[in-house]
Design a protein around this ligand. Structure first.
Ligand SMILES: [Mg+2]
Ligand SMILES: [Zn+2]
Length: 191
């Protein structure tokens, strides 16, 4: 069986952008807003060389909310894969939940089992890519990412540069400042 490092996308691999309307960080919805975070590509290259699958698992309700089209998500994936490839790194798979309970787009309006913190994306990846979840890690920048990883039975690493990471009821196994630091922890075999 394979081991995987499941990666949230926005705020882990690429920069999230502040959305003043929603008052929170959001995904990029223009290609020119897409920016890899410093060290992210090297960290994914290290995941590749450690023999873990690098699998993105991300809620992307932008299509459901009318913020972008499906073609844009594909274009962003292409850009992401290209930026990684030029630095010798690759993703083994990308899984998105496109649903939202209040979607404008009716076909995507659903209470699904794949919107994080539900573990559906990880369970599907485990089936399709023969992944041993107990030997895998979930890395994310939000408590929902931690909850998702715990629900799937993975080790969890919360990315936070706060001195005291927020107490949420979902305690991560480990805390790291960024993806590069998380991968160093994984390489050391710390659990
Ligand atoms: Mg995130
Ligand atoms: Zn979903």
């Amino acid at each position: 069986m394979n081991r995987a490092v499941f990666l949230d996308r926005d705020g882990v691999i690429n920069a999230a952008l502040y959305n003043p309307v929603e008052g929170k960080l959001d995904s990029p919805y223009k290609l020119q807003d897409f920016r890899l975070l410093p060290g992210a590509a090297q960290a994914i290259r290290e995941i590749n060389s450690l023999g873990y699958l690098a699998v993105v698992v991300s809620n992307q309700p932008g299509v459901a909310k009318g913020k972008c089209g499906l073609a844009f998500l594909d274009a962003l994936d292409e850009r992401l894969n290209w930026e990684l490839a030029r630095q010798g790194a690759h993703l083994d798979a990308i899984y998105y939940c496109l649903h939202h309970p209040q979607a404008q787009v009716e076909s995507l309006r659903a209470s699904c089992d794949c919107r994080k913190p539900q573990p559906g994306l990880l369970l599907r990846a485990a089936r399709e890519l023969d992944i041993d979840l107990a030997c895998s890690y979930m890395v994310g920048d939000l408590p929902t990412d931690v909850a998702t990883g715990l629900a799937a039975g993975c080790r969890t690493i919360l990315l936070s540069d706060a001195e005291e990471p927020p107490l949420t009821g979902h305690q991560p196994h480990l805390v790291a400042t960024d993806l590069a630091a998380a991968v160093r922890v994984i390489a050391e075999g710390r659990r």
